[in-house]
Design a protein around this ligand. Structure first.
Ligand code: NAD
Length: 418
């Protein structure tokens, strides 16, 4: 059987680790990586160097499409540009695999759905969070009726001062690039909610604020590399000290001025670090969602209230601070995650959650099987297309609009052509 020919646009951290290397090393029997495309030549050269290959590299996407004629385009660029590449790839007769978020605005969602209909090609969205062990466990327990019919959900997302701060250092910090964290990050969580609840979101109301990052302190610079406060700032990031960051970003910045270590206290920041969202679903499920980006730890606390009980999942781990030796780093307390089921009028019990190795708790390896191999069974309905991509982005877009206007927003209204 002929191998599927993939072109990768966006050869950054995720593009290389999630797609380029595995395609070459683990899927060579069914897949061929035929082109790189990126505005930054350095990162494409580095990818070829690391793979020991000479994959044709392009700065011009249309020239790449015309010369290479890939079957599938993988979109892994800055979120702001996803829709452009998705639509141009569909129009060239390619199928598309896009990283999350599918796009950043409701208008772009509509344009992608329309292009998919018009061209008859297919878009898949890489919602790897569906493939994490806790997500699968929750999906199964809900479908088995463990708590009866779902009535409401509490979902809190905590980002620690290491990972969370990173969104304020680089392109994500501008809403026009990422849609803010309610699109860029929460697209995972809104997709999980849509998938677990099994219905479409109907209405969204949100508040958001920037209270911790942004120009909240006087002692700030343009970037860590040249900052006069480097010695005293707890957010100092030394790009020279980390081989991956140095090679990928510091050594590539002469081409595009992409500074990976911009100050988290900059005036340029226009995304929120504190967000709360209320969502009502078409099947009457109510969701209470929160995202905080400056926490001492990372993870989620999720609870489902149903007609037969309450189910709680605590996935908090990844503490950022001094470890037992006093070294400041991100570390785990090693407490195994569990699901706690509290049946109404019954005795509570705990169920273990499997621990898996690999990228994002083994989710990256699992989703790649679905993406790159034909006929892999999908009993949990994890394969996500443009509709799932759209519904999760639309909750974030509705939340952004709600924050701006101070009003509730109907998700269906965002789908209607303006
Ligand atoms: N699913 C996940 O768990 C996960 C994890 C990390 C990142 N991501 C997604 O992957 C994507 C890339 O993130 P990243 O962390 O690798 O970012 P990155 O900044 O490391 O890489 C982005 C790459 O895109 C290139 N680029 C930027 N604008 C471009 C344009 N107009 N045309 C062509 N190339 C362009 C940059 O030069 C860079 O090489 C994002 O959409 C992000 O949301 C997903």
């Amino acid at each position: 059987m002929a191998k599927t020919r993939y072109a990768l646009v966006g050869v950054g951290s995720r593009g290389f680790g999630m797609f380029a290397r595995p395609l070459v090393e683990d899927f060579a029997d069914v897949a061929e990586l035929v082109a790189f495309c990126d505005l930054n030549r350095h990162r494409m050269e580095l990818a070829n160097e690391r793979l020991g290959l000479n994959i044709p590299s392009y700065v011009d996407f249309d020239v790449m499409l015309a010369e290479v004629k890939p079957d599938v385009v993988i979109v892994c660029t800055v979120d702001r540009t996803h829709h452009e590449y998705i639509i141009r790839a569909l129009e060239a007769g390619c199928d598309v695999i896009t990283e999350k978020p599918m796009t950043t605005t409701a208008a772009n969602v509509r344009a992608i759905l329309e292009a998919e209909r018009r061209t008859g090609r297919r878009v898949r969205v890489t919602f790897n969070a569906r493939y994490m062990a806790p997500s699968e466990k929750i999906y199964r327990l809900l479908r088995e009726g463990t708590i009866g019919e779902i009535i409401s959900v509490d979902f809190a997302e905590y980002l620690n001062t290491s990972h969370g701060a990173d969104y304020f250092r680089r392109w994500h910090r501008r809403k026009e690039n990422s849609g803010g964290l309610l699109v860029h990050k929460a697209t995972h969580h809104f997709d999980l909610l849509n998938w677990w609840i099994g219905a479409d979101p109907e209405m969204v109301f949100a508040f958001g604020d920037t209270r911790f990052y942004g120009p909240t302190r006087e002692q700030r610079g343009e970037r860590c590399l040249t900052c006069p406060y480097a010695k005293t700032c707890e957010f100092y990031l030394d790009l020279r000290a980390d081989e991956k960051l140095r090679e990928l970003y510091l050594e590539g910045e002469r081409e595009d001025s992409y500074y990976r270590d911009r100050c988290v206290f900059s005036e340029e920041i226009n995304i929120e670090d504190t967000m709360v969202v209320a969502i009502r679903y078409e099947n009457r499920v109510l969701v209470n969602y929160a995202l905080y980006a400056f926490m001492p730890y990372e993870g989620q606390r999720i609870a489902f209230n149903g007609t037969k009980g309450r189910m709680e999942v605590d996935l908090v781990d990844q503490y950022h601070g001094p470890d037992e030796k006093g070294i400041v780093r991100v570390y785990s307390l090693g407490v195994p995650p569990t699901v706690r089921v509290n049946p109404l009028f019954g005795r509570p019990y705990e169920l273990p959650i499997e621990r898996r190795q690999g990228g994002h708790g083994g989710a990256d390896e699992r989703i790649r099987e679905h993406l790159f191999r034909a006929d892999v069974p999908d009993p949990l309905n994890q394969v996500a297309g443009s509709r799932a991509g759209a519904m999760s982005v639309l909750i974030g877009a509705a939340a952004n609009e709600s924050i701006e206007k101070g009003l509730p927003v109907r998700v269906q209204d965002l789908l209607k052509l303006s």
